[in-house]
Design a protein around this ligand. Structure first.
Ligand code: FE2
Length: 257
């Protein structure tokens, strides 16, 4: 039968929506509670919706009973502090799974390439239902930062680099595309991440906000791209050697983000 997917994401695996006027909203992400959670880079997360309405960010399949990334339970103490973020997550009217704000410390492009990972949003997702994709709403004004998306982790031939100013709104099939963010500057980046079920509601939302499946890539000097690629290769080889020396199978994926 297969999953229901958005036609808008078919070509590249992502869409960029119209930019949101972030300046109109209070900086609610400063008020909510964060918990340590190692993801791609130095990160913390503040859940707004979680598996059981508790302040934790584990995948729903790691709970008992295990279930897929849908029907997230809103956390009253967090919702109270961030009503605008919750409103934005609910605007599409699509089923919401995990919903949280990520805090990412500054890094460089080479880190990003090493941090590239795929999400596991559709584990236990019943066949015949909607494929889970993710919304990324940039909250801080990280005008020189960018999302890096690849079809293949180590192959630079298909790489998208999408700018992350305040109000940038992306929807990404993060189980298909390898992804991580390059975040420049000295302050952390904050971004609202929401798991949404694909379907007519999400399609209508993408259309309403003029989603486009291609935008101009952020320009990065070729020598930085080349050095990043070389560093990614070096770190992957070093990691493999580390696990080989320990006689363990290498853990292939980065931790789930
Ligand atoms: Fe991720």
């Amino acid at each position: 039968m297969g999953y229901t997917k958005s036609a808008a994401l078919e070509e590249t695996g992502y869409v960029v929506l119209d930019r949101y006027n972030q300046e109109l909203d209070p900086q609610e992400w400063q008020d909510i509670e964060f918990v340590d959670w190692k993801s791609s880079g130095e990160t913390q997360f503040a859940p707004l919706a979680s598996a059981k309405g508790e302040i934790e960010v584990n995948g729903f399949w790691n709970h008992k009973p295990p279930r897929t990334d849908k029907d997230g339970v809103w956390i009253p103490s967090q919702v109270e502090k961030a009503p605008n973020l919750v409103r934005r997550a609910l605007e599409p009217g699509a089923n919401v799974g995990r919903c949280r704000v990520i805090e990412l410390q500054p890094n460089v492009y080479a880190d990003t390439l090493y941090n590239l990972h795929q999400d596991d949003n559709n584990r236990l997702n019943p066949d015949g239902t909607g494929w889970v994709v993710r919304g990324f709403f940039n909250l801080t004004d990280d005008e020189d930062s960018y999302f890096v998306l690849r079809e293949n982790r180590t192959d630079p031939s298909v790489e998208y680099r999408i700018a992350l100013p305040a109000g940038a709104q992306l929807i990404i099939d993060t189980q298909r595309l390898w992804h991580a963010a390059t975040h420049t500057g000295s302050e952390p980046r904050y971004c609202l991440i929401t798991s949404w079920e694909s379907g007519p509601e999400l399609d209508a939302y993408i259309a309403k906000h003029n989603g486009v499946s291609r935008v101009t890539d952020v320009e990065v000097p070729q020598d930085v791209l080349d050095a990043g690629q070389a560093e990614q290769s070096r770190r992957i080889a070093a990691r493999a050697a580390f696990y080989a020396a320990k006689g363990e199978a290498e853990k292939t994926a980065m931790s789930e983000a």
